[in-house]
Design a protein around this ligand. Structure first.
Ligand code: MN
Length: 253
């Protein structure tokens, strides 16, 4: 089995290394990751500059691009055969609820799903004193499960792991994405020349408390596993909108 591992924290991230090591026993593991931190780049693809691939070690490559670039290059270029599984992480910080839309970590797994490869993203809910062991062990366990029970097309899993020792983790919850309360998250400041500048996401924000969500599972010291589907179509609304008689006649007749 060929496993491709990537992340958005960059090729030197400790989380990436521990994920690669834990998966190594399951098959041949290739790591292809950004050459520097690219957190919150979302699903962006580099189209305005040439991409360079540098082999850092055996089975370990650094790319001067985004997590999505790494998966596309790995699957379509660097690897000789299509990987059986793509795992992205272990991200140093949570990727919960609405925030996944910004996440480079989750986007790497999304890119794999678009390329018809089973995938999951794994993030550690911490902002310091990172303990990767439980997240790495769980990733290996989940990889084995996915190999036995393939995910449907266009789907991936988003995993968040509490920053606890394995014995302190209470279990695993299958969850939905939580929702954020947006508040004043843009700060305006004045620079020394008297001009305004802005800082997005500087303040604290709160989550809607709703049972069954990823954020709620994490608050209960559970590992959260959220299945995601890449078809963002709202079929119910589409059916309703067909009855709205939306028309556009450029001649105005
Ligand atoms: Mn990151």
């Amino acid at each position: 089995m060929v496993i491709l591992v990537s992340n958005d924290d960059g090729v030197h991230s400790e989380g990436l290394r521990s994920l690669g090591e834990s998966l190594r026993g399951l098959g041949e593991v290739f790591i292809i990751a950004p050459d520097r931190e690219r957190s919150a780049v979302g699903h962006s693809l580099t189209l305005d500059m040439p991409l360079r691939v540098k082999q850092v070690e055996d089975h370990l490559f650094a790319v001067n691009g985004t997590p999505t670039d790494c998966i596309a290059l790995g699957v379509l270029g660097i690897l000789k055969s299509k990987p059986d599984l793509v795992v992205s992480g272990i991200n140093m910080g949570q990727n919960l609820g609405d925030d996944i839309t910004y996440s480079g970590t989750v986007s790497a797994a999304m890119e794999a799903a678009l390329l018809r490869i089973p995938s999951f993203a794994v993030s550690l809910v911490a902002n310091g004193d990172y303990r990767f062991d439980a997240a790495a062990e769980f990733s290996r366990h989940l990889a084995q499960i996915i190999m036995e029970r393939p995910l449907p097309p266009y789907t991936l899993l988003n995993v968040n792991v509490p920053n606890l020792s394995r014995s302190d983790i209470k279990g695993v919850a299958i969850t939905s994405l939580g929702r954020r309360h947006y508040s004043e998250t843009v700060l305006e400041k004045i620079d020394p020349r008297g001009k305004s500048y802005y800082w997005i996401g500087g303040g604290d924000y709160k989550w809607e408390s709703k049972e069954g969500t990823d954020i709620e599972a994490i608050n209960r010291d559970l590992i959260s596993v959220t299945p995601l589907h890449l078809d963002l179509t709202d079929y119910k609304l589409a059916e309703e909108m067909k009855r709205w008689s939306i028309d556009f006649n450029p001649t105005g007749i």
